[in-house]
Design a protein around this ligand. Structure first.
Ligand SMILES: NC(=O)c1ccc[n+]([C@@H]2O[C@H](COP(=O)([O-])OP(=O)(O)OC[C@H]3O[C@@H](n4cnc5c(N)ncnc54)[C@H](O)[C@@H]3O)[C@@H](O)[C@H]2O)c1
Ligand SMILES: [Zn+2]
Ligand SMILES: [Zn+2]
Length: 406
């Protein structure tokens, strides 16, 4: 089959690889009909996460049709159409029983990413996300093996285009968890750092939960404009506004917002020193966005962090957070916990995650998709790849968004 494979810094290729096969009794083999590139994939693409091997298949946002089922699969049958969460979870361990699926103790045979680990068990394995997270082959492929299929894949109704439900695999639950973790309720004020797909999903979910005022910070005008038009955010371009946190404080009676959401993560721009140190691997993460988030949050407020962080962080103002009495909530998304509820919101017409898609292309073009998404070329916001499609075809010709011209 064809799959998108990793070969080093900014080097991904679509090539022929062996077909996946059933290994464990709870496995299914899925024929992938749609798969997307995530901001988390960009961390891998830029060579910022250790634990990838030459030829590893990437991709953790995907859906498709069940082709084969293992003998212990009870919830699915051949022919079912499902969307698959990026977290691989057993459904029965201590954490899965508490719906903390990203903390599943059974699915990652490797060490996980924690530095001061001691004898702690690793959290859940993930598709296409390095050998630290289990070394599972990803879904940017024609076929993928989905383990623990009694817990992960969610059957979706016929008739809905893939694009409407694909983001249940990751970024929609991630935006929702970020908004829930931020404590958003009717009347809340919130500042979202990062106007990428995760920031956009967080804005959509903050609105759903009743947020009154949403600030959004980025430096790509096309992303900020989209978020203003679509979610009614107050955009702040950090190339023009030197200190977004100061601006937000000015706009909120010198208090700050009830909550901030860091939808950027460890590659946050804004500090040359930290960019250089992170590139030289002298520290794990840039603290530029987190410092802004801490500064922009009101006393007693919450900083919610869906953006991925790794290892050490420079100039983390823990004393400021203490002085303000802030709460922090963060982490990988417990995707399975939110999928059914969010599917209902989609079916009810309350969420339209597909509206963020800007580019749709065949899987064979995936390397170009990565380069465009990474380089913010052609106003790229989200790329959906269609396995099996040939050059120049689009899966949903009537899609309400522009289709990549070639
Ligand atoms: N917690 C989870 O389970 C989970 C799931 C999906 C994605 N993520 C993470 O969420 C983050 C965002 O993902 P995405 O798909 O939106 O990525 P993206 O790279 O498309 O978007 C990030 C945005 O942040 C902006 N940005 C960079 N530095 C900034 C700064 N200092 N201030 C304001 N904006 C800044 C960039 O211009 C970009 O538009 C990534 O770290 C990704 O790994 C986490
Ligand atoms: Zn992701
Ligand atoms: Zn578990």
């Amino acid at each position: 089959m064809k799959a998108l494979t990793y070969h080093g810094h900014r080097d991904v290729r679509v090539e022929d690889v062996p077909d996946p096969r059933l290994i464990d009794p709870q496995d299914i083999i899925l024929r992938v009909t749609a798969t997307a590139i995530c901001g988390s994939d960009l961390h891998l693409y830029r060579g910022k996460v250790p634990g990838l091997k030459d030829g590893d298949i990437l991709g953790h946002e995907f859906m498709g049709i069940v082709e084969e089922v293992g003998p212990a699969v009870t919830r699915l049958k051949r022919g079912d159409r499902v969307v698959v969460p990026f977290t691989i979870s057993c459904g029965t361990c201590y954490f899965c029983e508490r719906s903390l699926f990203a903390a599943c103790e059974e699915t990652n045979p490797n060490r996980g990413a924690i530095i001061n680990k001691k004898t702690l068990r690793p959290g859940a394995g993930m598709f296409g996300y390095t050998h630290l997270y289990g070394g599972y082959a990803g879904g940017q492929a024609e076929y993928v093996r989905v383990p623990w299929a009694n817990t992960g894949p969610l059957a979706v109704p016929e008739g809905l285009p893939d694009e409407r439900v694909l983001f249940l695999s990751d970024i929609l639950p991630t935006g929702y968890q970020a908004a829930v973790n931020a404590g958003i309720r009717p009347g809340s004020t919130v500042a979202i750092f990062g106007a990428g797909p995760v920031g956009c999903m967080a804005a959509a979910c903050a609105r759903l939960l009743g947020a009154e005022r949403i600030f959004m910070i980025d430096h790509h005008p096309y992303r900020l404009n989209f978020a203003r038009e679509t979610y009614g955010v107050d955009p702040i371009n950090f190339d023009e506004v030197d200190d977004p946190a100061e601006y937000i404080i000015d706009q909120t009676q010198f208090r700050g917002v009830d909550a901030t959401i860091d939808a950027i993560g460890f590659e946050a721009k804004g500090s040359t020193v930290e960019t250089v140190m992170t590139n030289l691997k002298l520290e794990g993460s840039s603290g530029a966005a987190l410092r802004q988030a801490i500064a922009a949050t009101r006393r007693g407020g919450t900083v919610s962090v869906p953006g991925v962080y790794a290892g050490f962080i420079h100039a983390f103002l823990f004393g400021d957070a203490f002085d303000k009495g802030l709460a922090f909530k963060m982490g990988q998304t417990h995707v399975q916990q939110y999928m059914p509820k969010l599917l209902t919101h989609i079916l009810n017409g309350e969420l339209h995650p597909e509206e963020i898609i800007t580019h749709q292309m065949p899987l064979s073009e995936a390397a170009r998709g990565y380069a465009m998404f990474d380089g913010k070329e052609d106003n790229c916001r989200k790329v959906v790849l269609t396995p099996g499609a040939t050059m120049g075809t689009a899966a949903v010709p009537s899609a309400p968004y522009p289709i990549s011209p070639d």
